[in-house]
Ligand binder design. Structure first.
Ligand SMILES: *Cc1c(COP(=O)(O)O)cnc(C)c1O
Length: 465
């Protein structure tokens, strides 16, 4: 067997072993970073090692410290799993090793990107002529869209960022709800725009439209960007797009929507009403590696006006072969990049629109089951209106809630995270994984009940999976 075949066959076996353990292994890692560092070896070896043996060494060193985040019982942060079609397609992406930046260099990937983009716009209910950039995730999707927005509003004020830079130009006002995701601030920092002006949010974290309107009225016509949100990480809540977009456009603002996971509500008639009016915005950021369950890393930057995106991200090089249809790299910050549209196309083709609808509805149904199960436990209060995939619960005092978060991790059945929301400590549950079943929800609720019962006694619960 040649080296390539041997290494890939070993990786194939190890992959199947890993996937087979997901349902039974504890979700949290069983080893520390230090132990893995020790197992990987501290000195760079002088001599080489056979690739198949390297694959073995790597798996043996890493396996005990892997987090079962692709399991059906990982509810931390907002982390999707990996759909089988997407995982298999992603293996081909590595094997094919296409540089997805240029159309003529990678006709196959460009075709996949074109088809996947059209399907995505249809599923997400966004204007069909919009440009779709395949970036690494929600953060870069926010960055890419906000770059297009910043440059467009400055162009409207007679200032060309591409040639003049930002220095000495008009100040750009950015308004965003006070419960925006932190990566909005990060993206604005990359863009030289500083912190946004926070706009008050209501009890579910939705931007207050009258406060937004008042803030816009207080301006004097300067270039303005408004950032809205589809899917609050704590409550899952959606801004009132119809009114917020209208009032922002009345003041000439560019409207961007951070919909990292919430934009997928559009795929279900049961949930699409939460997004009413979202298609009136100018740009939208979402993730494919969360709700759509493709492997890391994949996010989508969607901009209504393709020329605005190209003005910010486009590039020319004399040695590059430019295609009249425009280049994939004109829609993203980087030139060379992975053929990320391939797993997206694969999962869409495998699920079909009915499968995506069912996936979204299932995630939300599990969240509702969590909320009902939690609320039935004495002393537990669900703090948000569960409108989508997110649940936040308090177990009484902050100390008691924090203890539950700690003991849930020690229990190992599932991974739930702690957070602070509206001044209180919470246990957060985010249902984002295609693989989660009703049984996973029940097993996780059993673990919560066990942990709560253990608080009444005194012993920390023993690990039970
Ligand atoms: C996850 C998330 C982001 C950031 O996305 P990454 O893919 O982690 O870069 C931004 N906004 C919201 C609402 C999110 O949930």
């Amino acid at each position: 067997m040649d080296q390539t075949t041997a290494a890939l066959e070993r990786a194939h076996e190890l992959t199947l072993d890993w996937l087979a353990t997901l349902d039974t292994r504890p979700v949290p890692p069983q080893e520390s970073i230090e132990r893995v560092v020790g197992a990987l070896g501290d000195a760079l070896p002088e001599e080489g090692t056979d690739p198949a043996e390297v694959v073995d060494l790597l798996a043996r060193a890493c396996e005990p410290a892997l987090v079962a985040s692709p399991s059906g019982r990982f509810f931390g942060f907002v982390i999707g799993g990996t759909h089988p079609a997407a995982l298999a397609a992603d293996w081909l992406v590595s094997a094919w090793d296409q540089n997805a930046g240029l159309r003529q260099l990678t006709p196959a990937h460009s075709a996949v990107e074109d088809v996947a983009s059209a399907w995505l716009l249809q599923l997400l209910g966004l204007p069909s002529g919009s440009a779709v950039g395949f970036v690494t995730g929600g953060t870069m999707a926010n960055f890419t869209c906000l770059a297009a927005g910043r440059d467009a509003v400055l162009r409207g004020a007679g200032w060309d960022v591409a040639t003049q830079g930002l220095h000495g130009g008009p100040r750009v006002r950015v308004l965003a709800g006070e419960e925006r995701h932190d990566t909005v601030d990060l993206a604005l920092r990359y863009l030289g725009l500083g912190e946004p002006e926070p706009v008050a949010a209501d009890g579910q974290g939705r931007i207050e439209v009258p406060a937004l309107a008042a803030a816009l009225r207080s301006g004097s016509g300067e270039p303005t960007v408004v950032v809205l949100q589809a899917g609050n990480v704590h409550s899952g809540a959606f801004d009132n797009f119809e009114d917020a977009v209208r009032v922002a456009h009345e003041h000439g603002a560019w409207v961007h929507v951070d919909g990292a996971f919430g934009l997928w509500a559009a795929a279900s008639p049961m949930h699409a009403h939460s997004l009413y009016g979202v298609d009136g915005a100018d740009s939208w950021a979402t993730d494919a590696h969360k709700t759509l369950n493709v492997p890391y890393d994949c996010g989508l930057a969607v901009v209504r006006d393709p020329a605005a995106l190209k003005a910010s991200m486009g590039m020319r090089g004399d040695y590059l072969i430019h295609d009249d249809a425009g280049e994939p790299f004109d829609k993203v910050p980087e030139i060379s990049r992975r053929a990320r549209a391939i797993p997206v196309w694969a999962v869409l083709r495998s699920l079909g629109s009915s499968g995506v609808r069912e996936l979204v509805e299932r995630l939300a149904r599990h969240a509702t089951a969590f909320a009902e199960g939690l609320a039935a436990i004495p002393g537990v209060e669900v703090l948000n209106n569960v409108v989508f995939t997110q649940v936040c619960a308090s177990f009484g005092s902050d100390e008691r809630t924090e203890e539950v978060v700690r003991r849930m991790l020690a229990d190992g059945t599932a991974w739930t995270t702690g957070s602070r929301w509206r001044g209180r400590s919470v246990l957060r549950i985010s249902v984002s994984n295609w693989a989660t079943t009703e049984r996973d929800v029940e097993r996780t609720l059993d673990a919560v009940r066990r942990v709560v019962a253990g608080l009444e006694g005194q012993d920390a619960p023993t690990r039970a999976v």
